[in-house]
Design a protein around this ligand. Sequence first.
Ligand code: GLU
Length: 355
Amino acid sequence: MWRVALCLAAAAPLPAQTPAAAVPRVRLVATGGTISNRTGGRLTAEELVKSMPGIERYAQAEFEQFTNVASSELTLDQWLGISKRLNELFRTDAGLAGLVVTSGTDTLEELAYFLDLTVRSEKPVVVVGSMRNPSTLGYEGAANLLDGFRVAASPAARNKGVLVVLNDEINSARDVTKTDAVRLQTFQTRGYGVLGVVDADRVVFHRDVVKRHTVRSEFDVASLTTLPRVDIIMVYQGADGDLIKAAADAGAKGIVIAAAGAGATSGTQREAENYAVKKGVVVVTTTRTGSGRIAPPRRGANAPPPARAGTLTPEEQGRFVAGEDLAPVKARVLLMLALTRTRDPADIQRIFSEY
Ligand code: GLU
């Protein structure tokens, strides 16, 4: 109800910010987070939009409130709802130049990657948050939001997938990680670097994203009402396999292993992985190191024998999928979506190689 009420309110132009005729229309879909978390009452989408001095130079700002909670409180059903709403906005409003989504920063990168895989438009979608709340000296939320609107209004940001903008830097939703619990420069793309920057004169891109996303994605949330359960389990010295078995027994359709180094497990985890694949679970190996690639096993005449030959049937061995260079939390997002399309592990491996 709240969202509907504020959608209606959003139809009215903001009196204090009459836009110049030529600037693009950009809409904020606010979900909450520290950027809104003012002591004594959260900032609404309308208050956020009104907090950006000079926005009328860059964009005609619209807004709506989807929800107003911390990012870790968002449910997967709400993720589906946000994606459906963004798709609906692009489908029904051809004049919209781009969208900005506010999110809490803790799990921002997961929502952003989910949108990267499911919003089917070339137009910019920019996810923005802040590390300091509006009641804190040095609150950077209004600056980040203004940067987000500038990127969403920029033709240069089209067809780059969903973008994450904080601290004057533009990162790809696929590759960005929150690397520090507190510092303002927390969002980093380890190994590859920023896509671009938001400078005083203009929005500048330095490189492109070559992996499949948005309009080139095969994932369609329109018909989805739920996402399959996928759990993440970390490898550490002497780790017991019981947690892997518990996830399989609890109904996980997929398990992402945040492995040591280039794919090592520990303790009794390997035996537990075998237990899971025998139950039909797809096991995706990623690395807990923070960067680097887990490659699929070599196939063909010169390939070494499969690591688990003798223990598992070829079909069961096939349920081990390499997570490529995705961080464990990103691999989980991709695996949930992959499992809405296929249970064929070879097809899931193809998806991990293409996205
Ligand atoms: N840092 C929290 C998050 O990522 C936000 C806290 C809050 O909004 O209450 O969502």
